[in-house]
Design a protein around this ligand. Sequence first.
Ligand code: AMP
Length: 254
Amino acid sequence: MKILVPVKRVIDAYVKPRVKSDQSGVELTNVKMDINPFCEIAVEEAVRMKEKGEAAEVVVVSIGGAKCEEILRKALAIGADRAVLVETAGEDVEPLVVAKILKNLVEKESADLVILGKQSIDGDNNQTGQMLAALLGWGQGAFASDIKKDGDTLQVMREVDGGLETLSLKMPAVVTTDLRLNEPRYVKLPNIMQAKRKPLDKIPAADFGVDLAPRVAVLKVTEPPQRSGGELLEGSAAEIVQQMMDKIGNRIAG
Ligand code: AMP
């Protein structure tokens, strides 16, 4: 079984994003970037499946500028076998474009399973996996918190409102990862060194014949409103509750 894992380069999850002064987007100059956390979980899951003998090869792919090589090397250090960088001029491509390119790649690679993150933390789109499954006509298990392989079937447990749902997916299939699926391993220095020698192919995005032009225009990006300072209430518990009720009442009335 061959697993394809698409990984996206995004602003580091621990960095507080700042809006550009012209409000055209989020400032990315000199900002620490990293692999999207949900994609890291996807790589970890694919590598674990390979370590259990359930997969023969794990191929990671990123669609973006030349700097995506950094996150592909990180995925190779986690344990992926091979990487593909689909190079664009650096612009952020939309989920439908990503899904169309991935469909081409899945067919070219004859992949049996695609594991994606459930969403990229920059655009919060939560679209690519679902679109890819539709384009391929494959079954999908989105927001997986557990994956078990049984022959050519996958049991995917997913967290839904009010409980857990278990799906049985006939492969080939598309799965997207939720936060609780696994905890990615700490990558050690020898693995980082080893990853530098693993194969990484670069293919220009234009070779896929997909129109890269955006369909959505960002009109304006603004910072969330400043939170006003808190207020200390005094008195007994009952008095404090009453004061809070009055304040809420005033806010609704006013
Ligand atoms: P999104 O639909 O943008 O929230 O992204 C969901 C998942 O699709 C990500 O976690 C990745 O696995 C994959 N993905 C999105 N954009 C890219 C990209 N430019 N390159 C590779 N994979 C991507």
